[in-house]
Design a protein around this ligand. Sequence first.
Ligand SMILES: *[C@@H]1O[C@H](CO)[C@@H](O)[C@H](O)[C@H]1NC(C)=O
Ligand SMILES: *[C@@H]1O[C@H](CO)[C@@H](O)[C@H](O)[C@H]1NC(C)=O
Length: 407
Amino acid sequence: MKIETCFLIVLAFVFTHTRELTQEPGHLKPFGFAKSTQTCDEVDNFPPPDVFFNEYVFKRKPLVMRNAAKLSPAFRTWTDDYFLQVEEPSNHLVSVETEKKEDRSQEVREMPFSEFVSSYNTSGIYMVNPVPPFIRQDIILPCCMQCPFIVEGKLVENIMWFSSGGTKSVVHTDSVENINCLYRGDKQFVMVDPDEYGDKVDIDHPEGSYSGVDVDSVDYTNYPGLADVEFYTINITAGDCLFIPYKWIHQVRSFGNNLAVNIWWNHFIPKDVSLESCNKDCDLQMTLRRVDFRGFDQVMESVDAIKDHVYALVSRLTDCDYNKFLNGLIGEDIKFLKDNNIPYDLLMRKMFQEMDLDEDGYIHEKELDKLEEQSWVRVQQIMEEFSSLIKDAESLDNGEFRFKDEL
Ligand SMILES: *[C@@H]1O[C@H](CO)[C@@H](O)[C@H](O)[C@H]1NC(C)=O
Ligand SMILES: *[C@@H]1O[C@H](CO)[C@@H](O)[C@H](O)[C@H]1NC(C)=O
C-alpha cells in the first residue's frame, strides 16, 4: 500500500470516528441513557452476613435488597407530622443544599430540622446531613453488617437524604463501602463497574472524586469514553436497600417525596475476619443510636487506604508535580488552609518528596510501585499530622472543612 493511501485510510478513520461519536446513542442524553445493559443481583430482605461479605462486599459486586428497609420502624413512623412533633434540642442544626441538581460549589445552609421539614415541599431545599440524634433509634443497622469487625470502629458516617424529589447527584465515587436504604419515594442509581470501565469515565475533579459531566446531557465530544460504557441502571422504591461497592462509579436521581439513609463503612477490613462472629439473628435493638460512627478521618488511619488514595490520584494525573498533587489531594480547600494561615506547605512537600524517589519533581506510578512499606507508613503519618492541623484550625474557625470526596 502506498504511503498516501495509508494516510488517507487513517484520516478517514479519524473522521468517521469523531463523527460517529455524536451519532452514538446517548449523546446529549442523560447519563446512563445508552446501553443500560448490566443487571444486578437482587434478594428479598437482607442476606445473611457471610453471604453478603463473601459474595458481594469482598467481590465488589452491587446488590439490591428488596423490602429490607421495611424492618426499621422509620419505614412506618417517619411522617412529616412525626418529625414536627419530635423534640429537637434548641441548638440543633442540619445542613441543607439549596440546589437539587448537585453542584459542589452551591451554597449550603444550616437550619433546625423542624424548619427544614416545614419548608422543603415549597422551597426545593435538600437535606444532606447525618440522621438527627433524636430520631436515630428508628433505624436498625442493616442486619447483614451486624458484625463486631464493622461495629467496633469501622462505621464511618450515616447521611439522611431528604427532599421533595427531583434531585440529581454528580457522577462520583466513594472511598468507602455504602448501603443506601430508601424510606420514601423512588430512586434511580446509574452505576459503572470501575474494573470494567473505570478508565472510560473521566473523573476530571480528582480532589472530589467526581466528574464534571452534565448528567442531563452527556456530550460525547468532551467525554468520548462514555460512549463505550455499559451501565447498570437500578431502580429502588421505598422499602428497598442497595449495596454500592467501594469505588463503584455512580449517579443518583430521586423521584417523588424522597427520604433515604445511607451508611458508609471502611473498606479496609482484614480479609480473614471471622464472619462467624456476626449476628445470626438480626438484633433489632442495634439501631443507629446504639452504634458509633467514627467519621472520615479514621479511614485515612490505615496505610492501605493512603496507598489506594495516592495511586488513584497519581494514575489520573499526567505529569503529577507538586502543585497538581496538592490540588488533587485537597482541591479548593487550599484556600481555607491559606485563609487560616495553616502551615500545610512544609508537610505536604515532605510527603511529596517521600514519593518522588528520583527527585525529578514528578510522582509516577512506577515510583509508587517501588516505594517501601516504611515510606508508606511515613506518608500516612504525614497525612495524620495534616489532618490534626486541619482539626485544630477547624475548632478555631468553626467552619466547614471536609475532604471533598467524603460525599
Ligand atoms: C410534603 O408533601 C408530601 C406529599 O408529597 C406530604 O405527604 C407531606 O405531608 C408534605 N409535608 C409538609 C410539611 O407539608
Ligand atoms: C426506572 O425509573 C425511571 C424513573 O422513574 C423510569 O423512567 C424507568 O423506566 C425505570 N426503569 C425500570 C426498569 O423500571
